[in-house]
Design a protein around this ligand. Structure first.
Ligand code: DX5
Ligand code: ZN
Length: 213
């Protein structure tokens, strides 16, 4: 499994130190939750922080935009040189347009949905995406519990992928530990995002345990 480590659980005053620790511990990528306090509670960072993070690591940056009307700021996020920009259909009426803008810039595009959102909402953009991110807990905070009904959503998205001969990756985000990660893998997930599980354990052992689910 690919393990994308969420810095929502890192020390915000020591992001560089924690990112380097994750790198040494074997992280495959860095997951950055951008939250604006409008689309979701608990505001975090903006494009200048992503740009600064880009300067201190060569790991892929996975930017999960949980912001209202992402089209307003998409240019700023594209200029950060993040590798993946992931947006929510619940936050925009310009889903395909914004995904196309990301792709045309040469950045990998992703679509994410909240736990409560039925998956049909992403059905008509699957041809445009490199990643489908399924939130597997309620949005906004680290350290929450995985919701088992996510499993059915993963299986359905995996079925659409194979039925349509598409190649996007399925990323799961929220309450992921080796046990829930294994259930997600069995349902068709490829990438595990984890924050609190990793930071609450020895980083390298935790990352290894997730990779080996
Ligand atoms: C929640 C975020 C997650 C969060 C996951 O809105 O999208 O990326 O960091 O944290 P854990 O792994 O602690 O559930
Ligand atoms: Zn996230």
């Amino acid at each position: 499994m690919i393990v994308s480590t969420s810095i929502l659980s890192a020390d915000f005053l020591n992001l560089e130190r924690d990112i380097k620790r994750l790198e040494t511990a074997g992280a495959d990528s860095i997951h950055i939750d951008i939250m604006d306090g409008v689309f979701v509670a608990n505001p975090t960072w903006g494009p200048s922080t992503v740009k600064a993070i880009r300067q201190v690591t060569s790991l892929p940056l996975d930017v999960h935009l949980m912001i209202d009307k992402p089209e307003r700021l998409i240019d700023d996020y594209l200029r950060t040189s993040a590798d993946y920009i992931i947006i929510h259909p619940e936050s925009t009426v310009y889903l395909r347009k914004t995904l196309l803008q990301v792709k045309n810039y040469g950045t990998k595009a992703g679509v994410a949905i909240k736990l409560e959102t039925p998956i049909d909402i992403i059905r008509n953009c699957l041809d445009l995406v490199d990643i489908v991110l399924l939130l597997t807990c309620d949005e906004g905070f680290g350290g929450q519990t995985f919701h088992p009904f996510s499993i059915e959503k993963i299986s359905q998205v995996a079925k659409w992928r194979s039925d349509q001969g598409l190649h996007f990756k399925i990323e799961v985000d929220g309450g992921i530990n080796p046990e829930t990660g294994r259930q997600c893998k069995d349902a068709g997930a490829d990438i595990l995002v984890a924050g609190s599980y990793i930071f609450n354990h020895e980083l390298d052992r935790a990352i290894r345990a997730l990779k080996e689910v």
